[in-house]
Design a protein around this ligand. Structure first.
Ligand SMILES: *Cc1c(COP(=O)(O)O)cnc(C)c1O
Length: 434
C-alpha cells in the first residue's frame, strides 16, 4: 500500500474532494428560515406562545405529559435536580466521564456530586459502581445516555427502586434514541437535555425538561419561569405579586430557538434515521479490522439514534502499540479531518469539584469519587468516527479506504513519529512527545 499521508504520502481524500456538506449540521430548510424570521419580525423573541407550541409537540413526540423549554441544557438539568428535591446534604450519583453540566447543577443546590465509573465496552454508567456508591444520603441518580448510546436502564431502574432513589436522565446526546424499544427520556422521574447547536437535536442555545409528574413540572416553573408561575401556583401559595421566580432564576427559551425547534421536530426522526444508515454503512466497511470495535447496543430495540459524538474502541496492541492519538492524526492526515480521539476528561480529576469554594457550602462537600479506574484510562482507548449526516456511499467509501490504509500501515510505519504535524482540517492535532 502507498505511503501514509502523515509521513508525506498522498492523501486518500484530496483537499478538493472533501465534501463539507456530508458533515454540515444542522440541516436547515425553508420552514426553519421562515419560522425564525417571523419571530424576529413580530418582535416576539421573549414571548412564550411558540415555546408552548414546541413543548406540546415535544411532549407528544417524547411520550411524556409535560415538556418545559429552557434557555439551555445546563439550566434544564439544574431545574430537574431542584424539582426532584435535591438539596443541601443530599448526594447525587453521576458518571465521571460525561460533560460537566450533567452534574454541576447540583453545586448551587448545595448537594454533593458522587462520581461513579463507566463500563468500558459501552461507555455507560456501570451499575455495580453505581450501587457501591449509594449511602444513606443518596437522593438521586443522574443517568447520561452518553455519546448517543443508551445507559443500561433495566439495571439502573432496579437499583433506584431497591434504594428508593430518584432518577434523572440526561438525554443531551441521544434525543430520539431507544432502550429496548422504549424512548430515552421516559425511564426516570424526569429527563432534561441540551438542544444546543452541536447536538443531534440542534436549535441553537436551548434545553428541554420532560416529565409525567405534575409536581416536578411545577417546581421547574417556580425555579426559573417567572411569567408562568400563575399557571401552576394558587393564590394561597404565594402572596403579593406572582411574577417573581422562587428560585431567582430566568430559564426562558428564546423564541427563535423554539420556532426552529417546532420545525426540527418534524424532520428529526428522518434525519437521525439517515445518519444511522450512513454510520452503519461505514462500519460495514471496517468491522473486520482487528483492533477497531464499534460501540453499539446489543439489545433488541436499542439504538444509537443520531450517533452524537460517537466513539469506538481502539486497541493499540493490534497496531504495534501506536496510541489512539497518533492513529487519529494519521486518519485525519488521509482525510482532512473528521476523526477524533478520546472523550470527555474525567470530571473527578477537576479541582472544580474538590478544591474551590463557590457558594459557601464548603469545598469538601462538593464531590466524592473513590477509585474510578475505567474513567481514568478510557481517553486512551477511544477514537471518534466521522459524523456522516448523509447516506452517500461513494463518499463514505473514501473514509473506509482511509481507515483501511492507516490500519494496514500503522504498526510498521508510525513507530516513533513525533508531534510536528500541523493542524489539519481544523482538527487540533495532539501535542505529543516522543
Ligand atoms: C451539552 C451537554 C449539556 C449542557 O447543555 P447546554 O445546552 O450546553 O447547556 C449537558 N449534558 C450533556 C451530556 C451535554 O453534552
Amino acid at each position: 500500500m502507498s505511503k501514509l499521508a502523515i509521513l508525506g504520502g498522498e492523501r486518500v481524500i484530496a483537499e478538493k474532494d472533501v465534501d463539507k456538506g456530508l458533515f454540515h449540521w444542522p440541516i436547515v430548510n425553508d420552514a426553519m428560515r421562515a419560522a425564525q424570521a417571523k419571530v424576529l419580525e413580530d418582535g416576539n423573541m421573549s414571548g412564550t406562545d411558540i415555546a408552548r407550541r414546541f413543548e406540546a409537540d415535544f411532549a407528544k413526540w417524547q411520550g411524556r405529559k409535560y415538556a418545559l423549554t429552557h434557555n439551555n441544557g445546563t439550566n434544564a438539568l439544574n431545574a430537574a435536580m431542584y424539582a426532584i428535591g435535591l438539596g443541601p446534604g443530599d448526594e447525587i450519583i453521576c458518571t465521571s466521564v460525561t460533560y460537566w453540566a450533567s452534574c454541576t447543577g447540583a453545586l448551587p443546590l448545595g448537594a454533593t456530586v458522587v462520581f461513579c465509573d463507566i463500563d468500558p465496552e459501552t461507555l455507560q454508567m456501570d451499575p455495580a459502581s453505581l450501587e457501591a456508591r449509594i449511602t444513606p444520603r443518596t437522593k438521586a441518580i443522574m443517568v447520561v445516555h452518553y455519546m448517543a448510546h443508551p445507559a443500561p436502564m433495566d439495571e439502573i431502574m432496579a437499583i433506584a427502586k431497591k434504594h428508593n432513589l430518584k432518577v434523572i436522565e440526561d438525554v443531551s446526546h441521544a434525543q430520539g434514541g431507544h432502550y429496548k424499544g422504549k424512548m430515552l427520556g421516559t425511564f426516570g422521574d424526569v429527563a432534561a437535555m441540551s438542544l444546543m447547536s452541536c447536538k443531534s437535536f440542534a436549535i441553537g442555545e436551548g434545553g428541554m425538561l420532560v416529565t409525567d409528574d405534575a409536581e416536578i413540572y411545577k417546581k421547574a416553573i417556580i425555579l426559573g419561569h417567572y411569567d408562568r408561575i400563575v399557571d401552576v401556583c394558587t393564590d394561597e401559595e404565594m402572596e403579593g405579586p406572582k411574577n417573581i421566580p422562587w428560585g431567582g432564576l430566568k430559564n426562558r427559551m428564546h423564541q427563535t430557538a423554539a420556532a426552529i425547534g417546532v420545525e426540527q421536530l418534524k424532520k428529526h426522526d428522518s434525519e437521525i434515521a439517515e445518519i444511522d444508515r450512513a454510520m452503519k454503512y461505514f462500519w460495514k466497511g471496517i468491522e473486520d479490522i482487528p483492533g477497531l470495535k464499534c460501540i453499539y447496543p446489543k439489545d433488541e430495540g436499542s439504538d444509537k439514534a443520531g450517533w452524537y459524538a460517537s466513539r469506538f474502541l481502539y486497541d493499540k496492541e493490534a497496531f504495534g502499540g501506536i496510541s489512539n492519538v497518533t492513529f487519529c492524526d494519521a486518519l485525519n492526515a488521509e482525510t482532512g479531518g473528521q476523526f477524533s480521539f478520546g472523550c470527555n476528561m474525567p470530571l473527578h480529576l477537576s479541582s472544580v469539584f474538590f478544591d474551590v469554594e463557590t457558594y459557601g457550602h464548603g469545598k469538601h462537600d462538593r464531590a466524592l469519587s473513590g477509585d474510578l479506574p475505567v474513567a481514568e484510562k478510557i481517553n486512551g482507548m477511544l477514537l471518534g468516527e466521522p459524523w456522516f449526516k448523509h447516506y452517500d456511499t461513494a463518499k463514505i467509501d473514501m473514509y473506509i479506504e482511509a481507515v483501511r490504509k492507516v490500519a494496514a500501515n500503522a504498526a510498521a510505519d508510525l513507530q516513533g513519529i513525533n508531534d510536528t504535524t500541523p493542524i489539519i482540517g481544523g482538527v487540533a492535532l495532539s501535542k505529543r512527545k516522543k
